[in-house]
Design a binder for this molecule. Sequence first.
Ligand SMILES: NC(=O)c1ccc[n+]([C@@H]2O[C@H](COP(=O)([O-])OP(=O)(O)OC[C@H]3O[C@@H](n4cnc5c(N)ncnc54)[C@H](OP(=O)(O)O)[C@@H]3O)[C@@H](O)[C@H]2O)c1
Length: 234
Amino acid sequence: MSLPTVVCGRSGRMANLLARAVRDTTDLALAGRLSLRDPAGPPAAGVFTALTDLPAAPAVVVDFTHRAATVRLLRAAEDTPCALVVGTSGLTDTDQALLRRVARRRPVVHAANFSPVMALLRRFVGELAEVLDDSWDAAVVDVHHAAKVDAPSATASALAGAWGATRAAAPISSLRFGDAVSEHRLLAGGAGEQVELAHRVNERSAFVPGVLAAVRFAGRATPGLYRLEDALCA
Ligand SMILES: NC(=O)c1ccc[n+]([C@@H]2O[C@H](COP(=O)([O-])OP(=O)(O)OC[C@H]3O[C@@H](n4cnc5c(N)ncnc54)[C@H](OP(=O)(O)O)[C@@H]3O)[C@@H](O)[C@H]2O)c1
């Protein structure tokens, strides 16, 4: 039997991409689209405006929208059983606390970046920071399209955090221009040499395999807050 999956957003780029990707699988079924705009936008065919309006309880709800919508979803998920996969950027500390509270009762996969390669890169940065000598320091560059609302990106913070787990924090420089999806660089320098690790996303489709893995994982997981790595290693 296929896993009933709801995609939040009726017109967003990630929402459309993920709805199509879910439809194209044989083990997931698109159970609906959920638009949690406030005030509610004009009604659209096949789009629900509340979790409780869906014809059947969803197994997994995927949310790559806007923090206002994500907060509404998290509040609704406190009362409606479902697993969540959340990729929306710009969540505040209060939002993150709400997410953790929901995760005590529901499986929640949350990642700043659903690219499986970025998950590996973060791990590598952590290992690099652990083994390099004290002459090394680092900085992170975060490049996104002009419309991105938050800076630094959560991915940049995660890269800086991976470096800073064992040594001085890496400062982040954020640049917002044009329409590129995203680019993150970790620049590190020691005595007489430098290393530069770069990850560039040209198409949002780069996130799809990680999101689908997270949906499948969330659909069978017990309540808890999980990272993309948990879904990829399961
Ligand atoms: N974690 C990751 O790997 C990852 C990867 C890519 C993107 N993202 C994040 O995913 C989010 C969506 O990205 P996108 O490129 O798809 O953006 P987008 O094309 O601008 O779409 C925005 C989405 O958010 C909803 N929305 C916008 N303003 C809203 C509001 N005030 N209240 C409620 N809903 C609102 C829209 O809902 P309707 O469609 O219903 O109008 C739409 O679906 C962003 O936060 C982005 O940073 C994360």
